[in-house]
Design a protein around this ligand. Structure first.
Ligand SMILES: [Mg+2]
Length: 367
């Protein structure tokens, strides 16, 4: 084991990545991913990467706030050993509980640097539970009928068979969109993600409508408002379709409440929503309590999504992967790391996240 190392530098910079098709969901619209990359350097020279992906409409956060918060948190890391990452994460939580994306970016970079220093892949650090290729769903944003079918056909031809369709703005139109995709591509299955946009009555009408036209609906994601756990429980029981809690499950405390109310079958784990270390705790608790796990993200590049894929490979127990957002981006600002082959994510073999990103001339440097 190499000697104890310390953190000597943290760099943070903005990254703008255009999205190929506007990412329209029931709570907002995004045309460019406006994220931040984080790079932590250790005294030994080992470097680790992290990503901060705010999605203001969902997380109540924006990039300038994230940069400000991450800079404040980064100051506390200087001189600290990365091996005490849980201590750092707890301090981050005490200082910035309401800013999970900023915490997540620093936590990811911290663990990546530690793993590179120690010469293990991030998934190996987490236990290497089941290291093999995995299949992701693909997201179809809210769009008109013609565009919805065109997108679905294009993804189908690349091998995708599980379509996460964004819904929740107009029930009748949502049913028509799923019907049109089902008629064009009868062997696909659907996850419907309403991002809190439905009422209970909408949910019943939606599920009945999709059944009537013959569509195979495997999951309803966050159909109703995040605080309406009774509504989530009712939708589960009334429709018979499994329900995933996404916006309703942002912390360990939230997961406990979802469990107590029997409000969901699945918890959607997202490292940006809770912070990385909190996501590990939420996943472990949910599994032990008999809930199933899916894993997704905000609109992220392969840095944050590689970290989430590392959780899948290292920890196991994730039944549904929604790790597709790098495929929705027009460019890929990251070299190395895991790869996509159609809907399959291929594990990497190098240390940490095994990827690199080019920093621009102007970066925020804490040293
Ligand atoms: Mg969701």
């Amino acid at each position: 084991m190499p000697a104890q190392d310390i953190i000597t530098k943290v760099e943070i910079w903005p990254v703008d990545v255009p999205i190929t098709d506007p990412f329209v969901v029931a709570t907002g619209r995004l045309v460019t991913a406006q994220n931040l990359f984080v790079r932590i350097t250790l005294k030994s020279g080992a470097r680790g990467y992290g990503e901060i992906a705010p999605f203001p409409e969902v997380g109540g956060d924006d990039r300038p706030t994230c940069l400000q918060v991450a800079t404040q948190l980064a100051v506390t890391l200087l001189g600290q050993p990365p091996a005490q990452y849980r201590k750092s994460a707890r301090l981050f939580h005490d200082m910035a509980a309401a800013h999970p994306a900023a915490r997540c970016g620093l936590e990811t970079a911290l663990l990546d640097a530690l793993c590179r220093h120690n010469g293990v892949p991030l998934w190996g650090f987490w236990g290497g539970f089941d290291v093999r290729e995995r299949e992701t769903d693909i997201t179809i944003p809210i769009a008109d009928l013609e565009r919805t079918v065109a997108l679905a056909r294009a993804w189908y031809s690349r091998g995708f068979r599980l379509f996460k369709t964004k819904v929740g703005m107009d029930v009748e139109q949502d049913i028509r969109r799923l019907e049109a995709v089902h008629r064009a591509l009868p062997d696909v299955a659907f996850i419907a993600d309403a991002n809190q946009g439905f009422t209970r009555e909408d949910c019943l009408a939606f599920v009945q409508g999709v059944k009537r036209v013959g569509g195979r609906l495997v999951l309803l994601e966050q159909p109703v408002a995040r605080e309406d756990l009774d509504g989530l429980a009712a939708v589960r029981h009334l429709t018979g379709v499994p329900v995933a809690a996404d916006e309703s499950a942002r912390s360990l405390h939230d997961v406990m409440e979802v469990l107590q109310k029997q409000a969901a079958d699945f918890i959607n784990i997202k490292i940006m929503k809770s912070g990385l270390l909190a996501a590990l705790d939420m996943a472990a608790y949910a599994r032990a309590a008999g809930l199933r796990l899916m894993i997704g993200g905000m609109v992220e590049t392969r840095i944050a999504m590689g970290c989430s894929f590392g959780l899948v490979l290292g920890r196991g127990g994730f039944d549904l992967l929604d790790l597709d957002t790098p495929l929705l981006l027009a460019t890929d600002p990251v070299k190395g790391g895991y790869r996509y082959e159609g809907p399959k994510l291929q594990p990497w073999q190098g240390h940490g996240l095994d990827l690199e990103a080019q920093a621009p001339d102007a970066v925020t440097t804490i040293e």
